[in-house]
Ligand binder design. Structure first.
Ligand SMILES: [Cu+2]
Length: 844
């Protein structure tokens, strides 16, 4: 071989083979995703999706620093995708279909490859529609090169939730507002229970704000799973074993409390990264989070590790070792009515809309100031700038008592305040903030940091202190930050920010997580401030950020080299585990400069959490609530570095992802009763809705209507349609069609108001309402009034009795409904056109 060819050969050799030859630590996995019949609840076979034949899929183990090559084969008849949750991978391999990665079409295989920059516990899951709920998830373990912690065994524990329904039907049920899930879970709060607990005032407060109750979770699950089974036995562990348990919450929408039997375990890592080890038993694991613990097996007995669903609707356990049971502590079921009562006592403005009249006008600060927690400090905001306590003259709390609480608080807060002053420049008052802030039109988040930390941690000595003080939230915010005065900042906020009921969510803070290394960013980095209000509408099951669902949103532009600081302000009654792809962010907590790094952070109802990350990537990254049904309902954004889109995505238009939040769902009800029959059909996406309704009485009265309506925002829509009605009984040959236009409004106290006028200029209003009065029983009523001023006179039927001056027509009905199952109810009603009767109500 001539030297020329030889060198060419050598050159080619190195050109074509880097991924196989130049990567000595390459590890190859093959994953096959398939549809299969699975049984997770005894005796019930349903369609699921498996990875390599199982749910969850296999654990992918890698040594730190390896080069991962993963072939994903799609054996299903629908497209799929795999996202590597928590792994820092090149944008193209992040696995969000149509955003970063092409979807994996049926019958094809996609090759993912990336170097592993991390160690720890992670996981993977489908990012296509609702496939994660069907079973497409599994664990990833990256072994550290040097193991510094003392343990001798390992166990991966994947928690998840299981439904026998098709996930698409679950979503449809949520969209239609079916009460059934809450009934089935036993978490509904019917009026009789609310009244029995003295909560009627709170209920009225909720209704006024168009909220039904303090819902914790939306969906009924017949089973919660530990590594795919409701209970798991691991008898192979022996007394004295120190087991590193890697927990992953792969549930579609369930958050859990983990509790441990035996001696309290050691929490050593969160979201894959080491934390300062801390003894910690009852631990909240939000959807998509991971935690590592070291548990020590007792000298005798088997140790239970239990995950209890946050709303108390179920649990799943793993048992390690053998012998007598060391049960995990019980987590009491949350008291929803008690929460309602507490929330009603605070001046919370609930019901922030999930969509806006003009989605192009994004007004996050207005949203924040108008809705949410109304903060009313005890301190006057003109408080002196020293650290001494300053009791408000109107405070019902004796000053002595305040001092007491101040002292107690100081004990718990001492180190924290110290940390803030010394180490965390972001938590400093603005006067000492040296970093340039890119967006100045903001309430600086350092105030929020303090607010969050204070209210989350402090006990509330006196319950109704707050309600006696009327200060605007805005002022409260300002009052909290005394520029240039650290002392007063922490001092002032202590008694003032002791919000009644705040301890209700204190157990969800992350203060027990402390990074072993400083995580704060250098002072000279520019900071981009972003406020994202988490917004939602339970009635239509639309979820959004700043009142704009994904499909109506613009991308959020971020700049490489900047620090992006995001205030997540939850204006909903639900928890939202927010996940950012491709980055770890600091979750600002009491540990200041040592705040932990995470990829997923839970934001409790009506609370604020501040996160910040180093914008050090390129491409577009997804940021979303990891509750699958919230993500699908629109609670997501694209963070864009504004770099060119990968050419390999030419055939994968982004609109396919974005429009997942705007699908049409169709449902119907039919009442078949002794006096009448009624059918309603609804097809709806975020803005548009088509309705067909037919009422037919056995006395041959008929009314039918077809209409189209457009939602201007959550509670207000305009409509137009055709109405068909006969004038008198037994006169089906005299059906008169009229054109109608009007508006529909979901009022405070939750009445459906329909105001319309027809083409004969007859105005009409309708009011209707349904209330759950007993656990399975609802009452409903409708009132209609149509006025005819005779503005338009027809020479025929209308005025055959001579010229009409004014006619009013009242229609009303009232009834009761008893829920038998998801799809069936018994109903009885009286209608002034059709008379009284009873029958069956069917939801389909
Ligand atoms: Cu959510």
């Amino acid at each position: 071989m001539k030297p020329y060819y030889l060198s060419l050969f050598i050159a080619l050799f190195f050109l074509v083979s880097p991924s196989t030859w130049a990567q000595p630590d390459t590890m190859v996995y093959h994953l096959t995703i398939d549809q299969a019949q699975v049984s997770k609840v005894a005796g019930k076979q349903v369609n699921g999706m498996t990875v390599n034949g199982t749910i969850p899929g296999p654990t992918l183990r890698f040594p730190e620093g390896a080069y991962a090559v993963i072939y994903v084969q799609n054996n299903m008849d629908v497209e799929t995708s795999v996202h590597w949750h928590g792994l820092l991978v090149p944008n193209f391999y992040d696995g969000v279909p149509y955003l970063t990665t092409p979807p994996i079409e049926p019958g094809t295989t996609f090759k993912y490859e990336f170097p592993l920059k991390q160690a720890g516990t992670y996981w993977y899951h489908s990012h296509t529609m609702l496939q994660e709920q069907s079973g497409v998830y599994g664990s990833i373990v990256i072994e550290p090169k040097v193991q510094q912690l003392a343990y001798n065994k390992e166990l991966v524990v994947v928690f998840s939730d299981w439904t026998n329904e098709k996930p698409g039907n679950v979503m449809r049920n949520l969209k239609r507002g079916n009460e059934w899930y809450n009934i089935r879970k036993g978490t509904a709060t019917p009026l009789n229970r609310v009244i029995a607990r003295g909560g009627f005032g709170a209920q009225l407060n909720f209704w006024r704000q168009r909220m039904e109750s303090a819902d914790i979770a939306d969906i009924y699950y017949p089973a919660f799973l530990t590594n795919g089974e409701q209970t798991q036995q691991y008898p192979e562990f022996e007394p004295g074993d120190r087991v590193r348990v890697r927990f992953i919450n792969a549930a579609a929408s369930s958050q859990f409390w983990i509790t441990f039997g035996g001696e309290d375990p050691l929490l050593i890592a969160a979201d894959g990264l080491d934390v300062v080890p801390v003894v910690h038993n009852k631990t909240f694991i939000a959807v998509a989070e991971t935690y590592d613990f070291i548990v020590t097996l007792p000298a005798t007995g088997q140790l239970e590790i239990r995950a209890t669903a946050q709303d108390g609707s179920g649990q799943t356990s793993a048992f390690l070792g053998q012998g007598p049971l060391l049960a995990a502590p019980d987590v009491p079921r949350p008291d929803k009515i008690g929460m309602m009562k507490q929330m009603a006592q605070m001046d919370m403005r609930m019901g922030a809309p999930a969509m806006k009249f003009n989605p192009n006008k994004v007004t996050p600060y207005e949203l924040m100031h108008h809705w949410g927690m109304q903060m009313e400090p005890v301190m006057e905001h003109s408080a002196p700038s020293n650290s001494s306590m300053h009791s408000s003259p109107t405070s019902p709390m004796p000053e002595e008592k305040q001092r007491m609480s101040m002292k107690q608080s100081s004990v718990t807060m001492g180190t924290m305040a110290h940390d803030h002053m010394d180490q965390d420049q972001h938590a400093m008052p603005q006067g000492e903030q040296s970093s340039p802030v890119a967006v100045s039109d903001s309430t600086p988040s350092q105030e929020m940091v303090h607010f969050k930390m204070n209210h989350a941690r402090l006990r509330v000595p006196q319950y109704d202190t707050m309600s006696h003080h009327a200060a605007k939230k805005e002022e409260a915010m300002r009052g909290m930050s005394m520029p240039g005065n650290v002392q007063s900042n922490s001092g002032i906020s202590m008694p003032g920010m002791e919000m009644p009921g705040m301890e209700m969510f204190a157990e969800y803070n992350y203060d027990y997580l402390k990074s072993p290394e400083k995580t704060s960013f250098s002072n000279d980095k520019p900071v981009q401030e972003i406020l994202l209000n988490l917004t939602g509408n339970m009635w239509r099951y639309i979820w959004s950020l700043n009142g704009v669902p994904l499909n109506e949103s613009d991308q959020l532009k971020i700049k490489k080299g900047e620090v992006v600081r995001i205030t997540l302000n939850n204006l909903t009654m639900m928890h939202h585990p927010m996940h950012l792809h491709g980055h770890f962010f600091r979750v600002i907590n009491k540990n200041g400069a040592y705040s932990p790094l995470k990829h997923t952070v839970n934001v409790p109802p009506m609370q604020k959490v501040v996160i910040e990350f180093d914008a050090n990537e390129y491409g577009d990254w997804f940021f979303h609530c990891h509750v699958l049904y919230h993500l699908n309902g629109g609670m997501a954004r694209i963070f864009s570095y504004d770099t060119p889109r990968d050419k390999r995505l030419l055939d994968a238009p982004l609109v396919n992802l974005v429009n997942e939040a705007n699908q049409f769902f169709t449902w119907g009800t039919a009442d078949v009763a002794s006096h009448m029959t009624e059918i309603n059909l609804i097809s709806s996406n975020i803005r548009n809705q088509f309705n067909v309704s037919v009422e037919y009485g056995w006395n041959k009265n008929l009314e039918a209507e077809v209409s189209y309506e457009r939602y201007l925002y959550d509670y207000f829509r305009v409509f137009g349609g055709i109405n068909l009605e006969n004038k008198n009984e037994n006169s089906l040959n005299e059906l008169t069609p009229t054109a109608v236009i009007g508006f529909r409004f979901f009022t405070p106290y939750m009445f459906n108001l329909d105001a319309r006028i027809d083409n004969q200029l007859r105005p009409e209003i309708r009011l209707s309402r349904e209330i759950m009065v007993f656990p399975r029983t609802a009452v409903f009523g409708t009132y209609e009034y149509q006025a005819n001023f005779g503005w338009i006179n027809y020479s025929n039927d209308e005025n055959r009795d001579g010229r009409t001056t004014y006619q009013g027509e009242t229609t009303w009905s009232a009834g009761v409904e008893y829920f038998l199952s998801r799809n069936f109810s018994l109903m009885a009603s009286y209608d002034n056109r059709f008379g009284a009767g009873g029958g069956l109500s069917i939801r389909f």
